[in-house]
Design a protein. Structure first.
Length: 257
């Protein structure tokens, strides 16, 4: 992995929005509007996917599917997913400006990687309309990848499809998949990297998989932090991660050390 030429980062939960809170809040609110209260586990399980696919996946979950059928007299259909998504997007677009702060260490590590010749790309579960809010807001705060691509650039074939990674490679003029490291905070990110044939790594602290705010994480005991981190790391390894980093500083030390 030492011959890496480019790092392709995810956004929420990886480089911005500690804990990946913006999408979670929007998913919970939209399901509540339809009389269904999802659990945090149900909301976070599909995290990293194209958002409409995320909603479709939640509607197929046994408990949610049963509650929907009981309430509406029929199983949820794709038409229902589209109705949920329309409201979800509206809610998310309103709150995204408040959830675009880079995570601790991101600005410094990415600048250092760039100074050392690494190219920085990105993929996301957000669409272009959402990215038009997140990208400038993150740039104002010091974080800017060289290129980024959303599912809108690949005919809506978002994660775990590999096509956003390939678009990054094309834009960054990279020939070999084994010169690329994909870094994310969800199982979908790991699968995206695996499907592309690039190196695939997870970021643990501040991830969607951990699901804690910075404040919630910092008040944990050392033992509890270690336990939570180990659980998330194992989840990434089970999904096929080549490497797991607790923080982006760990990633920087690994590549530049």
């Amino acid at each position: 992995m030492k011959k890496i030429k480019a790092v392709i980062f995810d956004w929420a939960g990886t480089t911005v929005d500690y804990g990946c809170m913006a999408p979670v809040q929007a998913f919970v609110e939209v399901f509540k509007e339809f009389g269904i209260e999802p659990t945090m586990e149900e909301v976070r399980e599909p995290m990293g996917m194209l958002k409409i696919d995320h909603i479709r996946t939640m509607l197929k979950m046994e408990r949610i599917r049963n509650l929907w059928t009981e309430k509406y007299g029929k199983a949820p259909e794709d038409e229902d997913a589209q109705k949920l998504y329309a409201i979800f997007e509206e809610k998310l677009l309103k709150i995204l400006p408040d959830y675009s702060d880079p995570k601790p260490g991101v600005v410094e590590v990415v600048k250092k990687l760039k100074r050392n010749g690494y190219r920085i790309g990105s993929t996301t579960g957000y669409n272009d309309k959402m990215m038009e809010i997140v990208v400038p807001a993150a740039k104002e705060r010091g974080y800017e990848p060289d290129v980024w691509f959303s599912p809108d650039a690949v005919s809506q074939k978002g994660r775990p499809y590999p096509y956003m990674i390939f678009r990054n490679m094309e834009a960054l003029d990279l020939k070999k998949v084994r010169r690329v490291l994909k870094v994310g905070d969800t199982v979908s990110d790991i699968k995206e990297g695996r499907n592309a044939g690039v190196w695939s790594a997870g970021i643990v602290v501040g991830s969607s998989e951990m699901g804690l705010t910075l404040e919630e994480y910092e008040v944990l005991s050392s033992e509890e932090k270690e336990r939570r981190c180990d659980e998330v790391a194992q989840k990434f390894f089970d999904a096929g991660a080549d490497k797991v980093f607790y923080t982006i500083e760990d990633l920087g030390n690994y590549l530049l050390g």
